[in-house]
Design a protein around this ligand. Structure first.
Ligand SMILES: Nc1nc2c(ncn2[C@@H]2O[C@H](COP(=O)(O)OP(=O)(O)OP(=O)(O)O)[C@@H](O)[C@H]2O)c(=O)[nH]1
Ligand SMILES: [Mg+2]
Length: 364
């Protein structure tokens, strides 16, 4: 299962965001011990299409798409060079498939700021540099090992050349995700778990007095950075959203009247994480189970078959495919879709579309 690590400076609201996403009510306490594992939770990805398929089929079992979220300890200055406990948490961040980067925008005199003042653009820079330092350490370590060898194999020589390019990129204070890589090069770097190569979602944690990024200290600079980095940013009211979760839906509606919370932050955060992970869903539907399966965007019918069971991939004949919209518009049944001419028979190389309803024909 794919996972999303929540990172940020100390007291930026990471656990708050984790609680909003997971509705977990995880304990909000500063990281103290040396061994404590981070909070983890697997959540169902909200999807209106899935809900509608489940209603139409009324199966014995429903299995939505799932993603794991991991709430990590705050990273302070120096973590990337191995200072304090930060570095072990950087390795947790490196294990995640994507990162949610929480940036404190809220003012709250009761909550100290590790840097003494609220300045999201500066905080961004601190975290970015720590992550870059961490990856630089990994690159230098590996390059050191390679250069100690008397003779390099052609593969090792290619790896060394690629790592030197990584080194240049990082020394230029740019994250590795900005490097242009062939798919082969990207694959060869995957084994290193570089944190700056991971897709990232920026979470701006505001307070209720801030209507938008313009109301945040140094907001213009923050906006410039977000734009330049090409990453997506989602603004939320972390504490308010967490408070809302404690209320009944009626109370929450009353409470949030006049407040700038429309679509719940929870849904936006999960959908945002799913999309930066580059994930799509396809569905299988029947009386036993309606299920959402997760694929990477670009995966083909044979990958869909393999996701369900290796036997389906081995004995793959054809995939019967209907887009979600066609399926829903034709009575949620393959038979009606066939009659309506919207059912397609696809081969193993077919690129699966987000929301496809699929049945694999196989023979073993
Ligand atoms: N006013 C305001 N306070 C917030 C907001 N989000 C979090 N806080 C408060 O800030 C404090 C820290 O929040 P946490 O979610 O524990 O922050 P954290 O990043 O997990 O902190 P560490 O794990 O200790 O690094 C708590 O007292 C929260 O109630 C917000 O949006 N507005
Ligand atoms: Mg925390």
């Amino acid at each position: 299962m794919l996972s999303c690590g929540i990172i940020g400076l100390p007291l930026s609201g990471k656990t708050t965001v984790f609680n909003v996403i997971t509705k977990a009510g995880a304990e909000v306490k500063p990281y103290a011990g040396g061994k404590t594992d981070p909070n983890r939770a697997v959540i169902d990805v909200p999807d209106a299409r899935f809900d509608s398929l489940a209603r139409a089929h009324n199966p014995r079992k429903t299995t939505p798409a799932r993603v794991e979220f991991v709430d990590l300890a705050g990273l302070s200055r120096g973590a990337g060079q191995g200072e304090g406990l930060g570095n072990s948490f950087l390795s947790f961040a490196a294990d995640a498939d994507a990162t949610l980067h929480v940036i404190r925008c809220f003012e709250n005199s009761a909550v100290e700021h590790p840097e003494g003042s609220v300045n999201p653009a500066r905080d961004w820079e601190i975290l970015e540099m720590e992550l870059i330092f961490r990856d630089l350490g990994v690159v230098e370590n590996r390059l050191g090992k390679l250069s100690a060898k008397k003779k390099l194999t052609p593969e090792e020589a290619a790896e060394a050349a690629l790592l030197r390019r990584c080194n240049d990129c990082l020394l230029d204070e740019r994250p590795l995700r900005e490097m242009e890589l062939s798919s082969e090069e990207a694959r060869s770097l995957r084994g290193f778990s570089f944190v700056t190569a991971r897709p990232r979602l920026i979470v701006l944690n505001m307070d209720e007095t801030q209507g938008g990024i313009g109301d945040v200290p140094e907001g213009a600079e923050l906006e410039r950075r977000i734009e330049r980095s090409g990453t997506r940013a989602i603004a939320i009211y972390g504490r308010l959203e967490m408070d809302l979760l404690e209320l009944s839906p009626e109370e929450a509606a009353e409470f949030s009247e006049g407040l700038p919370v429309s679509e719940p932050a929870r849904d936006r955060l999960i959908a945002g994480a799913y999309s930066i992970l580059g994930l799509i869903s396809f569905f299988t539907c029947g009386p036993d189970e309606v299920r959402a399966w997760t694929l990477r965007d670009g995966d083909s019918a044979i990958d869909a078959a393999r996701a369900i069971h290796s036997d389906l991939a081995k004995g793959f004949i054809r995939a019967q495919v209907v887009s979600y919209d066609d399926y829903a518009a034709n009575g949620n049944s393959f038979a009606s879709c066939r009659d309506a001419g919207v059912l397609r028979l696809e081969g193993r190389g077919y690129r699966v579309g987000d929301g496809d309803v699929i049945e694999i024909r196989f023979n073993i």
